[in-house]
Design a protein around this ligand. Structure first.
Ligand code: NAD
Length: 433
């Protein structure tokens, strides 16, 4: 796994695959990026990143200019000319909340057609436990080669956070499991080219698969607890964030921050991979399912808050103009996958409201695809009621006089409710003093 003898192919040039490819290329290794999206390939080969991520454009440009990174659609040819294949393709859930491994299977099929003795295949995508054993390895063995004997397999699920991906990929601890010691050791040597973070070798592939799912399930469950506590606090007239802050001073307590629901490609999906496997094995996963349920119902709670707040002000939700601030699933990113804004907008429209939305990062097309009208921040603030969904930096500067009709639902603790209430704004939701 030295710079001289390794040639890498990265399958999937998205939010995680492209930074991975670019970091390896800038470490001096020769990298081929494979994607099924022609536009992505064209952009990458021009040194332009199709995903918004701080620092990525510059690193990509350098890698392409230095001739270290080339993108192609031809995964078979790329595999034939590489000795390490890294898979970072999407792993969503279907409408029944079961894992959809279509992209993993398709990438592995391409790899199997170009697989050679001593190659190493690494899965970075987040996958249900046992996917390497049950899905990845059988497809790779269609090559006629035997996993663990003729070629290596390792799993190192990526845990980087969007908007801080480059830093996290180069500094976070990384978990690596292999089909055998040789595969894991090779993968460790490889990732040492791009990370200063601690590398934790776990016993096998399934442990590595599970670690990532456990992390995100812990966070999803913790947020569900926080959301439930916040809803109870709301009824009791307690400032939930204040109470959580105080509780977190306990040395062994770390309650997460409540919000309008959980989005993104990780937390809202990964727990289902554990549930799916638990069901297959006949093990109870009630807590994990309930946590998902609580978080998935949060947009409904926010929609009810909107309706009740309008009622309190003597208005009806039907035909009201509702302004939504932020549709991205979290602050300062464009990513709106699984965002709670989408079901919220749907629920508000079902109640007969007109919904307008602003997001400084997410494109107008995304807002329109959620069936809201993209407008300026000023127009949103002019609505009958304003609902803040995303904690974008820009929204931290909102002042009471900007809320024209004095009705405000805040689902993120970024503003001080007292300041709004002083100026006659009917402020509902959470805040921070
Ligand atoms: N986005 C995150 O924050 C994050 C963080 C950690 C881990 N992950 C995991 O990383 C994996 C990738 O997620 P992402 O956010 O980068 O996805 P993404 O949608 O941003 O990018 C995936 C890319 O893979 C391409 N692709 C799809 N099928 C392909 C195939 N068969 N061959 C080659 N390319 C293919 C797509 O065109 C796309 O460009 C997922 O398993 C996800 O759970 C994501």
């Amino acid at each position: 796994m030295t710079k001289k003898n390794s040639k890498i192919t990265v399958f999937g040039l998205g939010h995680i695959g492209l930074p991975t490819a670019v970091l390896f290329a800038n470490s001096g290794l020769k990298v081929t990026g494979v994607d099924i999206n022609k536009e992505t390939i064209e952009l990458v080969n021009k040194g332009i990143s199709p995903v918004v991520e701080p620092g990525l454009d510059e690193l990509l440009n350098r890698a392409v200019l230095d001739g270290k990174l080339v993108a192609t659609e031809d995964g078979v040819a790329a595999s034939k000319s590489s000795n390490v294949m890294i898979v970072v393709v999407p792993t969503p859930v279907d409408k029944f909340k079961k894992s959809d491994l279509t992209a993993i299977k398709s990438a592995c099929q391409s790899i199997s057609k170009g697989l050679k003795i001593d190659d190493l295949v690494i899965i970075e995508s987040t996958i249900p436990p046992k996917t390497c054993e049950d899905v990845v390895i059988p497809i790779l063995e269609n090559s006629g080669l035997k996993a663990g004997e003729d070629f290596g397999v390792a799993c190192t699920p990526e845990r980087a956070l969007p908007n801080n991906t480059i830093y996290e990929m180069t500094h976070n601890a990384r978990v690596i499991g292999g089909i055998n010691k040789e595969s894991a050791d090779k993968a460790v040597l490889l990732y040492e080219n791009i990370t200063n973070g601690k590398i934790i070798k776990v016993k096998n592939l399934i442990t590595a698969e599970m670690v990532k799912l456990m992390e995100n399930t812990y966070r999803d469950t913790n947020i569900a607890l926080s959301n439930e506590l916040a809803m109870i606090c709301e009824e009791l007239g307690i400032d939930a964030v204040d109470a959580i802050d105080a509780a977190n001073h306990h040395p062994r307590v770390n309650i997460h921050i409540p919000g309008p629901g959980v989005g993104g490609h990780c937390l809202s999906i990964d727990p289902y991979f554990i549930v799916e496997m638990a069901e297959e094995k006949g093990v109870d996963s009630t807590l994990i399912k309930n946590a998902r349920n609580v978080n998935e119902k949060m947009p409904q709670h926010v929609a009810e808050m909107v309706e009740n707040t309008l009622k309190e002000a003597g208005k009806q939700i039907k035909k009201s103009k509702i302004g939504v601030l932020g549709v991205a699933y979290k602050g300062n990113v464009a990513d709106a996958r699984e965002t709670p804004a989408e079901p919220l907008i749907k629920l508000l429209k079902e109640k007969g409201a007109e919904v307008y939305a602003h997001d400084p990062y997410t494109s107008r097309d995304v807002i329109e695809s959620f069936d809201a009208k993209p407008v300026s921040m000023k127009d949103v603030l002019n609505s009958d009621i304003v609902v803040l969904i995303t904690d974008h930096g820009e929204y931290k500067n909102i002042t009471p006089d900007m809320i024209v009709n004095k009705l405000f639902i805040c689902t993120r603790p970024i503003l001080n409710p007292a300041k709004f209430k002083e100026k006659g704004v009917l402020f509902k939701g959470i805040g921070r003093i």
